[in-house]
Design a protein around this ligand. Sequence first.
Ligand code: ATP
Ligand code: MG
Length: 363
Amino acid sequence: MANPSILILAGDGIGPEVMAEVRKVIAWMGDKRGIAFDVSEDLVGGCAYDAHGTPLTDATMAKAQAVDAVLLGAVGGPKYDKLDFSVKPERGLLRLRKEMDLFSNLRPAQCFDALADFSSLKREVVAGLDIVIVRELTSGVYFGEPRGIFKEGNERVGINTQRYTESEIARVAKSAFELARRRSNKVCSMEKANVMESGILWREVVQEVHDRDYPDVQLSHMYADAGAMQLCRWPKQFDVIVTDNLFGDLLSDAAAMLTGSLGMLPSASLGAPMANGRPKALYEPVHGSAPDIAGQGKANPIACILSFAMALRYSFDLGDEATRVEKAVEKVLADGVRTADLMGPEGGTPVTTGQMGDAILAA
Ligand code: ATP
Ligand code: MG
């Protein structure tokens, strides 16, 4: 059988720097664990624009559709800020998400014990936290029609439309229930069924999918505003949270801050199952290209390495290997190894991007 395939799109800014550390982990997997991947590489974002005049070529798009998983670094940077919107680096990423139809965005918020004092909340609230927010990524108010700024009488009116079809809700609900079965079998669905029609339908459809196909999973419903409050008050009550595009945007950013640094947060964007039964998938750190620290060896590679761990788990069914990577990260943090973004006011000497990667390999 052919090796599982990965397309690496390192992108711009610190993207290539953090991806270099992921490559070390991939090589290590081959050498030490006998797990080989077919790795190919291509351009996305500003570097693709520089080479081809477009942030994502059709050829790269076709490669992304063909592999088992795409690993992405980050795109964009000040050099490209003045470009026309149609060729902006971010458009490359949006095209990937759209054409691969990656409707389910998984954002784990996991608090490593060594960083529990780094959170904006008290240690007892965040220590041991391990939850995943599943955000619907391809529909809802970001895409619904009509949208625009229109003239109404003698004033302007800005319109967006929150729109969800039954099948759009059902497929993201299913992905949340599947995820829950690999974890603690618990899902909380969040919407605003008290004031929104789409929220009423959301609640109904999630419940129907549950009752029909996932009765073994413990399901609860919460209004998203109450959910935001509960997330800050006692986040450990949750395991998997499933919610729409807009609420997911807000809730996952809030959840991110429970854990410490942006440099720690991985993500997965999943689509429909492919012929092999695994979902189409793109994995990327939550952070951006961080132009302020690019090229200086300061970037924290952990978010990108943990994104690869998610790929091991969700695209390659290698959950034990994913855990191995996560445990190594936990160990280096416990040993006090810190990149600059993880240094508290007490100071100390930070390690470089490469040294952090090496420490994780050694662990
Ligand atoms: P984007 O629009 O692409 O999300 P952004 O400007 O919103 O980009 P980032 O590029 O993520 O956000 O950077 C935000 C801040 O976090 C910057 O100061 C950056 O240096 C820091 N940062 C982001 N990622 C990392 C990382 N991996 N390691 C260390 N610092 C990081
Ligand atoms: Mg940003």
